[in-house]
Every structure is written in C-alpha cells, then in structure tokens.
Write a protein that binds this ligand. Structure first.
Ligand code: ADP
Ligand code: MG
Length: 238
C-alpha cells in the first residue's frame, strides 16, 4: 500500500535576479512528501533549501513547475485561496522564533486563531493552552519571550504553528539557534508530532540528531536533489 503524497513538487525552477546577474536556485526539482513523515532537507548553505521550503509552502511561486499540496495546485489558487491554504493547512517554524515580544506565550499562540472561522474566546484559550502543553510549556503560558530561554521560545513558536492542527508543518533550521539540550527537546517534539499526530513535517536542518529521527533525508546541492534516502538506510550505510 502506498500513501498519497501530501505534497508534490514537479520540475520546480526558481531563479533570482540581482543587478544584471540571474541565479538559478532551484534547478528542476521533483519530489513527493508522504503524509505523517518527518522529512528532512539537508545540503550546503546556499543550496536552495529555504527557497524550496518557500516554494513548497506557497510563500514563493516557482518560475516554472508545479506544486500540488493536499490535492490543490498552488499556482492555480487565487491569492485569497492561497492565503487560506497556508492558514488552514500549514504551520511554519523558523530559526529565529519570530515571536511578538510584547505578548505572552499564550497570546502569541492565540494569534493564528484570529484568522479564519471565528471561534469562541474560551475555546481559543483552551486550544492554545493545549498546544503549549503539548510542547511542555503548560506552566509558562503567562510569560513573555524575554522571560523564556531560547529553547522555550522555539517551543512557543512550535505551539503557535500547531494551534490550528496543520496537516503540514514546515520548519526551517528549527534547532540551529539552540544549544544541544534544547535542540534535542525540539527534535523530540517534531518527531512526536509526525508520529503521533500524523502531521507531515518538512524540515531543513544541519543537525545530525534530527537526521537520526527523520523518516527520510533529501540532500540538495546547487538547487538539485542529489540524494533521497530513507533515514534508516542512511544511518546503516554510515
Ligand atoms: P539555503 O537555505 O540552502 O542556505 P537559500 O534557499 O536560502 O539557501 O538560498 C539559495 C540562494 O538563493 C542563495 O545564493 C541566496 O543568496 C539566493 N536567494 C535566496 N532568496 C533570495 C531572494 N529573495 N533574492 C535573491 N536571492 C535570493
Ligand atoms: Mg536556509
């Protein structure tokens, strides 16, 4: 039995111009990402990992090629429908946390619930609290980012990304700014989300510990996939 991919990229090309030069960053990438898996994209700095994540999540449109996500072709969606796709189906986690410093952890996690169908305030607070509990911060909900460690901030960011129960979670270098202990906690959470909640997690990382927990590891070089391995095979080969 083979599962229907959550995300399919076909022949993706993306280039950027700066001045007179034009740089091709994605050079005809095709891949499919399966539901409920933790897939990791690795590769040297500048190989196009973040750009690929942006294209696959509809933040950037490719110059050519197509992205199908949850059965929708992203380039055929109106701007409004694309916004809705991202709000309803996707969660995003970045290296830099991107929390609002004047808001508490709970208020940060509540933010995405302001978009889309209106829900009762009490229900929203319950959901945001549950998301913070899922990342082990049930006792930190009233604190502001300043009062939290780097690892805790990233966990708040993950709770915010998960509060709408996205089918797809995109994480760009989620552990790069963290020490090894906090990095491990974040990795365990991402692993748990894929495994227990069936969320499709697509991450970019240099972190070997994340590779260990991934179901699949895709290596990019110069905007092309040079390796695509089940992680278990990769570790056995190492
Ligand atoms: P990685 O995440 O693997 O380090 P990126 O996808 O961020 O790589 O970038 C790949 C290349 O594309 C880099 O050379 C970068 O400078 C260039 N690039 C990325 N985004 C832009 C942009 N918005 N405008 C111009 N060049 C960009
Ligand atoms: Mg990057």
């Amino acid at each position: 039995m083979s599962a229907t991919p959550t995300l399919i990229g076909e022949q993706l090309v993306k280039s950027f111009s700066s001045g007179k030069t034009r740089q091709t960053v994605l050079n005809g990438i095709s891949l499919s990402i399966l539901p409920g898996e933790l897939t990791l994209i690795i590769g040297p700095s500048g190989s196009g990992k973040s750009t690929l994540l942006s294209v696959l999540s509809g933040l950037l449109l490719p110059d050519s090629g197509t992205v199908h996500a949850m059965g929708m072709e992203l380039s055929r969606l109106s701007a409004e429908a694309l916004d809705r796709f991202r709000l309803e189906y996707c969660g995003f986690v970045f290296q830099g946390f991107n929390l609002f410093t004047s808001l508490t952890a709970l208020e940060n996690v509540l933010l995405p619930l302001n978009y889309g169908p209106k829900i009762d305030k009490a229900v929203a607070v319950r959901r945001a609290t549950a998301a913070l509990e899922l990342v082990g911060l049930g006792n930190r909900i009233k604190l502001r980012p300043m009062e939290l460690s780097g690892g805790e901030k990233q966990r708040v960011a993950i709770a915010r990304a998960l509060v709408k129960e996205p089918k797809l979670l995109f994480a760009d270098e989620p552990t790069s700014a963290l020490d090894s202990h906090n990095g491990q906690i974040v990795i365990d959470i991402l692993h748990h989300i894929a495994q227990e909640h069936g969320t499709t997690v697509l991450g970019v990382s240099h972190d070997n510990r994340l590779i260990k927990h991934a179901d699949r590891v895709i290596t990019l070089e110069d905007g092309a996939v040079v390796k695509d391995q089940r992680a278990r095979n990769m570790l056995e080969a190492a």
